[in-house]
Design a protein around this ligand. Structure first.
Ligand code: C2O
Ligand code: CU
Ligand code: CU
Length: 535
């Protein structure tokens, strides 16, 4: 990769050519040295700054909303979205947007069934620093079956100066979720500016299982960025294909190195990139033990040498560093088809294993099976489906489409148009089709988790068959069959590609469960938009 086949300028041309260029077989010529325009010597390099791994702070409630019944009490959280500067490159101040002025945003850690109300205030500036649009926002809690009006419906936006209260019941199985922006047509830019963070639903029963806890339970939010010559975030979505950064961040830090004990850790992996898929592997090779999927702990943990993750996917893995006392273990990225490999995007972070005696307490084997019930969705078979639907994910004209339609069609229908209308409790089998070799689509359904039945008629990978998912990596030239039971709520919910650039232009649709669900717009945002305030 020392001789770039394609210069950055060429890559930009592909971006500018847009649709025409997309017809080219992108796979052949996408190796390049770098995307950033910074002087080569300034671009962050793997593991050059030590001990900079950052664990985002845990958010504390500001109070409680009392209720007649104790189980209805809600803890109240206040989150302000604002512009801030990050020190990603020594000597440069990079403008970003973040929840509570940080990227990633603070971590929510919430006990299961504890209800919360989160007031998200859009305190962003009136214009995006590069694109100039007014930064409207909508907050989605990805992995939660929220009521429609609290689900971050893309067109239910708040303007700068406005806030909106979101109610979350946290009744789903304990799991790793994330919250991120979902504003119509600007999700990619808003998330790329930093509007994303982890949200963990915890369960007291889980604490007794013997999985690593506390300081040994690490959130790892992985993203990729590129920098302009002035050290600002470079936004090049390559003609709606999605940006590919040449610098990887873990929890907002470029290629961190982190000292660890020679023992087991739980890593909550989240791919929060806009368009980059990863295939993670440890070097030296060691098993990644998958104990959780998008939908929480699995019954049978799965050991895997490598783990492919599309945007939006989460996996909880246990890694044992005990065999590596005094050595460095790297988290590597083997890369995936149709992502651009730059000189350093095959390295992610380093774990420097301390040369000390391991603490035998709390370092027992991962129980097999885990003492959790197999998830009922995993018992669903094709024969249980009330009906089957087929959804084609395609490039059509200058847009990304689902069954030849886009979110613009939903808008034109005054938000009535749906691609599916199951009744509450219906079981449906969906065939997701990507007949292109030029790109993949992480397909995400709101509200439900689902079981992945087959990929091109073959079983899915063992780790994605270990438990339900809410995003599935629909790879090049694949048809995937998924099955789910629609619920636990009625209403209209989005489904979309989680390449945020595809989603914005305009690969998003909706389904409606039942007929009497609440409107996804029913809670109007509060506050006077900044733009309308007297100066
Ligand atoms: Cu993570 Cu609809 O999104
Ligand atoms: Cu979601
Ligand atoms: Cu896509």
């Amino acid at each position: 990769m020392d001789d770039p086949i394609l210069s950055r300028r060429d890559a930009l041309k592909i971006g500018v050519l847009g649709t025409a260029a997309l017809a080219l077989p992108l796979t052949v010529s996408l190796d390049a040295a770098r995307a950033s325009e910074l002087p080569e010597s300034r671009v962050p390099r793997p593991f050059t700054r030590h001990d900079v791994f950052v664990r985002p702070p845990v958010l504390a409630p500001v109070g409680t909303d009392p209720a007649d019944r104790p189980e209805d009490v809600r803890d109240v959280y206040h989150v302000r979205m604002r512009q801030f500067t990050a020190q990603l490159v020594p000597g440069y101040a990079t403008t970003m947007w973040g929840y509570e002025g940080a990227f990633p945003g603070p971590t929510f850690r919430i006990q299961r069934n504890r209800k919360v109300r989160v007031r998200f205030l859009n305190d962003l500036p009136l214009r995006h620093p590069v694109f100039g649009y007014e930064p409207t926002t909508s907050v989605h809690l990805h992995g939660a079956p929220s009521a429609p009006q609290y689900d971050g419906y893309a067109s239910d936006t708040s303007r700068p100066g406005q806030h909106k209260n979101y109610l979350y019941d946290n009744s789903q199985a304990a799991r790793t979720l994330w919250y991120h922006d979902h504003a119509v047509h600007h999700t990619a830019e808003n998330v790329a500016m930093g509007l994303a963070g982890q949200y963990q639903v915890l369960d007291a029963a889980e604490d007794l299982i013997g999985l690593p806890q506390g300081e040994f339970d690490l959130p790892l939010t992985v993203t990729d960025v590129a920098f302009t010559a002035r050290g600002q975030l470079l936004h090049d979505d390559r003609g709606d294909s999605g940006p590919m950064g040449d610098v990887l961040l873990v929890n907002g830090v470029p290629y961190p190195a982190f000292p660890v004990q020679p023992r087991k850790y739980r890593l909550r992996l989240l791919n929060a990139s806009i368009a980059r898929g990863y295939r993670f592997q440890l070097q030296p090779t060691a098993p990644l033990t998958v104990v959780g999927t998008d939908a929480g702990l699995v019954h049978d943990p799965v050991d895997t040498a490598d783990l492919r993750m599309a945007m939006g996917e989460r996996y909880d893995v246990v890694v044992d560093f005990a065999p590596f006392r005094g050595r460095r273990v790297e988290l590597r990225n083997l890369g995936v088809e149709n992502s651009i490999d730059y000189d350093h995007t095959h390295r992610v972070m380093a774990f420097d294993v301390l040369d000390v005696d391991p603490d035998p307490a709390g370092n027992g084997p991962v129980p097999r099976p885990l003492p959790v019930q197999p998830h009922p969705l995993m018992a669903l078979q094709a024969g249980h489906a009330d009906r089957t639907r087929r959804l084609r994910f395609q490039r059509g004209g200058s847009e990304w489409t689902i069954n030849d339609e886009t979110w613009a069609d939903v808008e034109r229908s005054e938000f009535r148009r749906v691609v599916a209308d199951p009744d509450l409790g219906d079981v449906e089998l969906w065939e997701l089709e990507n007949s292109s070799g030029g790109w993949f689509h992480p397909v995400h359904l709101h509200l439900v988790d689902f079981r992945v039945l087959t990929r091109n008629g073959r079983p899915p990978t063992p780790y994605e068959a270990a438990g339900p998912k809410d995003v599935v990596y629909l790879a090049e030239n694949e048809t995937i069959r998924i099955i789910t039971r629609f619920g636990p709520r009625t209403g209209r919910y989005m489904l979309h590609c989680h390449n945020n650039s595809h989603e914005d232009h305009d690969m998003m649709a909706q389904f409606e469960v039942g007929e009497d669900g609440p409107s996804p717009f029913s809670a109007p945002p509060q506050g006077v938009p900044k733009a309308l305030r007297p100066a």
